[in-house]
Write a protein that binds this ligand. Structure first.
Ligand SMILES: CC(C)(COP(=O)(O)OP(=O)(O)OC[C@H]1O[C@@H](n2cnc3c(N)ncnc32)[C@H](O)[C@@H]1OP(=O)(O)O)[C@@H](O)C(=O)NCCC(=O)NCCS
Length: 205
């Protein structure tokens, strides 16, 4: 795991130059130049992702929607509210294959955050999300001084549940009509991982 030294404070229009790297992946905050690849991979995976995500607005793949989303994400980075990352397979042209978000960061006596994530369908089953989340969890505990990550899944999302369990998350509860997914309020299984339960990202996946 390599922490990039190229870090800078983000302004309202600028993301930090942060990169998290593992053997097979690069994670970094989104940039305006990612819109075309982002829209392409989201469009290609729409059917596969929609059942697990909040409702996609009608213009959600447009350049303007992306620009507004990026502005909000940049402010969130600056204010320490949420940290969004895109996931790339490195190559001559890095390939965008998914995303991870550290959401709902709560400071004070809580020091916790929740995780959201998605992967292009053709890269499922290769351990990529396990590798990406390991980097992000390391970052959250080491660099953001978080004490805990929360995550929640639809009860039928077996892949996501298995992923959280492999990462060491414990099932802690069940919340009725917890999050609006695909346009309706859905029950979720709640998972948690505390800092002292985390053994660190594996050097290789
Ligand atoms: C949830 C999601 C990210 C899980 O992806 P995933 O690829 O199953 O997760 P992992 O990265 O942990 O990969 C695990 C699989 O890779 C396999 N694998 C192959 N090579 C591997 C390697 N080098 N290291 C680890 N696992 C490897 C594992 O055996 C496992 O396969 P299996 O599930 O067939 O047994 C993906 O299904 C997804 O994006 N779903 C849609 C959106 C979504 O549900 N988001 C979460 C909402 S709560």
């Amino acid at each position: 795991v390599i922490w990039s030294l190229a870090r800078q404070k983000s302004t309202a229009t600028e993301m930090p130059l942060l990169r998290l790297e593992s053997d097979r992946l690069i994670l970094r905050p989104p940039q305006q130049g990612d819109w075309e690849d982002w829209a392409k991979v989201r469009a290609a995976n729409r059917q596969y992702l929609e059942p697990w995500e909040p409702l996609w607005p009608p213009d959600c793949l447009s350049r303007d929607f992306y620009r507004r989303r990026l502005l909000r994400q940049t402010r969130d980075w600056r204010d320490g509210r949420c940290y969004g990352f895109l996931i790339f397979r490195p190559g001559t042209a890095d390939e965008l294959i998914g995303g991870v978000n550290i959401n709902n960061i709560t400071r004070g006596a809580a020091q916790f955050a929740s995780l959201g994530y998605w992967l292009a369908e053709k890269y499922q089953g290769r351990g990529y999300m396990h590798e990406a989340l390991s980097l992000v969890i390391d970052y959250g505990f080491d660099q953001l001084a978080l004490h805990r990550f929360n995550a929640s899944c639809l009860p039928e999302n077996n892949r996501s549940i298995a992923l959280l369990q492999r990462l060491g998350f414990s099932e802690e509860g069940f919340a009725r009509k917890y999050i609006n997914i695909a346009g309706a309020w859905h029950d979720h299984i709640l998972f948690g991982l505390n800092r002292d339960e985390w053994s660190g990202a594996p050097a290789t996946a």
